[in-house]
Design a protein. Structure first.
Lengths: 471, 281, 134
């Protein structure tokens, strides 16, 4: 391996954890390859409205970092990309194969003006908006996306699909009304002022030599459809925590107005259901998802800010508020904002006569209760991303029975993986809030820097001709 | 898929032999129409009517075990229509298979043979769905029940516990809805489709029982149902009784799923009063 | 009234009896309350289902006098939704057994409404008697 490769870091995942680690390393003078699966960086923090316990605007505190990392001289950013292959190099590092997916947009020509997105006539469901709103077929995740270059979703692009059908001699695909898909779109290319659309773009495979890796692949939420007794995945007005964030977010589909997905009305009673799938060895995940007690208190408070005459009720089993300022935060929600806390796990949620009926209990007053809600927010369990165990396995890192990554020593060295040169950070290890994620990311970065410094010292003190020793 | 008759050991149970004989007759008729051979278990006894929930009661497994032993001799799956019998037999079978010491003690008391856990316990609705298939059912539909808004009422014992009953998804059951659609009817979703009718509280706490059954009926009516379809004689009794004081036009007829099938198959003689009224108009 | 919790009761005969009959570990219940939230008969019960377990966990055998096990329809909804897999119907049945051992029958054959004897599915009567008769 080249000297440069041995002190280049790879960071997998560009959420706030990956971004922080990349900046710590790059700002110490070492190059970083940062790989992100989504079209732009920022992870789930980019979806949030405000963060707890400060109620800072999430975009506002994150954008300085995303911009810095996106423009950093020492950071090579591969977005819309995945790790495809990994092999060890001779000197303890890795040679990593990265697939950059075809976006059908020439990044050098694109200025990020957004006209293509505006003119695209077709909308599809947006994973980023969590069912609250759609996106266009050619899209960026948000107005502040870094990089601010759109990607084209070929699977839903009529122009590309019909072009490929014709090339392959297939009869044209039909749309949901049974009509042949029109090849006459291409609106994005027509309106692009710089001719940046490239219909023939292919995936590209890039090889990077790196000396250390940080896995920061983050989390996902248990799909609400795993909770049919709550109407999850079926009732439009039963949403998960990230979906409610999109309702709250000023840059979201409703411009920050809390509206019911079903009819756009302002909900006058929102019920939050904690432990939706967590602490449930029988039918969900056995562990506690750690952050929900705080984000529910946050969301309930923000809802009360926006709809002062609305009611917010929270069904909980325990309130877990161990972080700095967390207990005080929850107390504020209860005492100052009159968020009503009811102790008991909800049995069932169903729709009747246009309202959502929540069958719950308040064990503290020994009463079975029924609440009629306009909107229900399920605090669904935090789970690892589906791709995480596979990517980790490429680097020799194991996942546990819940698919979270396993540290070499969970107590004394949580950011070390046990595999040489591979470090871990953030929610890929287990449910975690932003301060902990950032701290672990900096911890992992420090480990990488330590490794690189030792390698550099060994290099400079070794007699000429001797190979580098892996630290 | 051959048309050869599939054979099953059939357990009617006490109730179907007497107060719910209409369920038995319609069940046998539609089974025959679908090419299912139902061989009644010889010398059968009551299944026990409740699944023994307390561990010490090995003796109370004797009743269901005798039925299982008799069915085992036939070599066929054991099919039943009564949801309570299905529940008791299926869970007793699972319990005895999991607790071999209990099975051994029990075998010491039963003279007719040994329980060895070879028989699969089925409900006839599951047999129709899984062994016959909806396509074959559709082919027997002579008079599609177009325009019939029917609320599928599952009750409790058919579905729960899901892993033991092996019948349908307990939280989102589909089999009755699918059957109704195949018969040309319109299934009506309503919130109480799997909530209790009151069960044996009809004896020990009749007011509570009435409250529960009334809630089920009212929920189905509010959702727009013109009929309630069930697979349990006790549910039918409770739901009928809850409405007994109401004027006729306000009552929702309650039919067994086999009667609904019979009506769609054109076998009105076993389809029961709910469809006789329709035939008359 | 303040209950003096007897540490011996926490390992005592009453808890052992319930756990033996029901084959359930009472301590598996963390009192989330979901059973009570979904129970259709709570309106007629003097104690919520989760309260029954709590009192049993503390070894307080006055729980045997509660009307709750007798208002239970054994609909099995509680067990279906319990996140810890506690089989509450079996615990209710154990309490019924213990109550019958200590006291009188709750359902007496001679007192069954004749209208029921005439028209109700016999499984309802047999079931009620098996559950409530000494």
């Amino acid at each position: 391996m080249s000297a440069a490769g041995s002190t280049t870091a790879l960071v997998v995942g560009a959420g706030i954890g990956g971004i922080t680690a990349a900046l710590d390393i790059a700002n110490s003078g070492f190059p970083v390859v940062l790989v992100e699966r989504e079209p732009s960086i920022g992870g789930h923090m980019a979806q949030l409205s405000e963060t707890f316990p400060t109620l800072d605007c999430s975009q506002c505190i994150m954008t300085p970092r995303t911009v810095e990392v996106g423009h950093h001289d020492l950071v090579r950013l591969h977005t819309y990309s995945e790790i495809e292959s990994v092999r060890r190099s001779d000197s303890g590092g890795f040679v990593v194969g990265i697939r950059r997916r075809a976006a059908y947009v020439d990044g050098d020509k694109c200025t990020g003006c957004g006209v293509c997105q505006e003119k695209c006539p077709f909308k599809v469901e947006s994973a980023f908006e969590r069912g609250i709103g759609p996106r266009k077929v050619i899209y960026t995740l948000s107005p502040q996306a870094v990089p601010n270059k759109p990607v084209l979703d070929a699977e839903h692009c009529r122009y590309l699909q019909s072009k490929w059908d014709m090339q392959a001699g297939r009869s044209p695909s039909v749309d949901k009304n049974g009509q042949p898909v029109s090849p006459k779109c291409g609106a994005c290319a027509k309106f692009c002022p710089t001719g940046a659309l490239n219909w023939d773009q292919q995936d590209t495979l890039v090889e990077e030599e790196v000396g250390a890796v940080i896995l920061a692949t983050g989390y996902d939420l248990l799909p609400a459809s795993r909770l049919p007794e709550y109407g999850g995945g079926e009732l439009k007005d039963v949403v998960d925590g990230l979906a409610f964030e999109r309702l709250l977010a000023a840059s979201g589909p409703t411009a920050g107005k809390v509206l019911r997905p079903s009819d756009g009305a302002v909900p006058k009673h929102v019920v939050f259901v904690q432990c939706s799938g967590s602490r449930d060895p029988e039918r969900g995940v056995p562990y506690c998802s750690k952050i929900c007690c705080l984000y529910v208190a946050k969301q309930a408070m923000l809802y009360k800010h926006r709809v002062p005459d609305g009611e917010a009720s929270v069904f909980y089993i325990d309130v877990r508020a161990g972080g700095k300022g967390y207990e005080e935060f929850v107390t504020r929600a209860q005492e100052e904002h009159h968020v009503r806390y009811l102790r008991g796990k909800v049995s069932r949620i169903y729709a009747e006569d246009g309202r959502l009926i929540v069958k719950g209990v308040d064990t503290l007053s020994h009463r079975a209760v029924e609440v009629q809600a306009d909107l229900v927010v399920l605090a669904t369990a935090i789970v690892p991303r589906v791709s995480t165990p596979g990517v980790a396995g490429l680097f020799g890192v194991a996942a546990d029975e819940n698919s979270f990554l396993v540290s070499g020593d969970e107590e004394m060295a949580p950011v070390e993986s046990g595999a040489e040169g591979v470090f871990l950070a953030g929610a890929a290890l287990g449910p975690k809030d932003i301060p902990e994620t950032v701290a672990q990311a900096s911890g992992a970065a420090a480990k990488v820097l330590s490794l690189f410094l030792r390698r550099r010292m060994a290099e400079t003190t070794a007699p000429a001709g001797e190979g580098m020793r892996a630290a | 898929m051959t048309q050869a008759a599939r054979a099953y050991s059939y357990f009617p149970g006490c109730t179907l032999a007497t107060t719910a004989v209409d369920y038995d007759l319609s069940g046998r008729a539609v089974a025959a129409a679908l090419g299912l051979e139902l061989n009644e278990v010889p010398d059968w006894n009551c299944c026990g009517a409740t699944f023994p929930l307390s561990a010490e009661n090995v003796m109370s497994f004797i009743a269901p075990a005798r039925v299982l032993i008799a069915a085992e001799r036939s070599g066929h799956d054991l099919a039943t229509l009564c949801a309570v019998c299905f529940h008791v037999l299926k869970r007793s079978d699972a319990y005895l298979r999991a607790h071999s010491e209990a099975a051994e003690r029990l075998n010491a008391f039963v003279t007719e043979g040994d329980y060895t856990g070879q028989t699969r316990v089925r409900h006839l609705l599951g047999v129709v769905r899984d062994d016959v298939g909806w396509e074959a059912v559709k082919q027997r539909v002579a008079a599609p029940l177009t325009g019939l808004a029917a609320a599928p009422y599952y009750g409790c014992l058919l579905l729960r516990p899901q892993e033991e009953m092996e019948f349908d998804q307990a939280e989102r059951p589909r089999v009755l809805q699918d059957l109704l659609r195949v018969l040309g009817a319109t299934p009506v979703e309503f919130p109480r489709q799997a909530e209790c009718c009151g069960s044996t509280l009809v004896v020990s706490a009749p007011d509570a029982n009435r409250r529960l059954s009334t809630a089920v009926v009212d929920s189905a009516r509010r959702a727009g149902a013109a009929m309630i379809v069930t697979a349990c004689p006790l549910c039918k009794y409770n739901l009928d009784q809850a409405q007994a004081g109401r004027p006729s036009p306000e009552q929702l007829p309650v039919a067994y799923f086999t009667q609904v099938m019979a009506a769609a198959f054109g076998m009105l003689q076993v389809a029961g009063p709910a469809f006789a009224v329709e035939a008359a108009t | 009234m303040r209950v003096v919790l007897d540490p011996l009761a926490l390992h005592g005969a009453f808890i052992r009896e319930i756990e033996a009959i029901s084959e359930q570990n009472l301590l598996a219940c963390n009192q989330c309350g979901r059973c009570s939230a979904g129970c259709p008969l709570v309106e007629e019960m003097d104690l919520l289902p989760n309260q029954i377990i709590r009192l049993a966990q503390l070894g307080l055998d006055t729980v045997v006098d509660s009307t709750t096990p007798w208002m239970c329809a054994a609909c099995l909804m509680c067990e279906a939704r319990c996140p810890k897999g506690v089989d509450l119907p079996r615990i209710m049945d154990a309490l019924r057994q213990i109550a019958l051992r200590r006291g009188e029958s709750r359902v007496v054959a001679g007192d069954v409404d004749p209208a029921l004897l005439a028209g109700a599915p016999q499984m309802a009567i047999v079931g009620a008697l098996r559950r409530g008769e000494k």
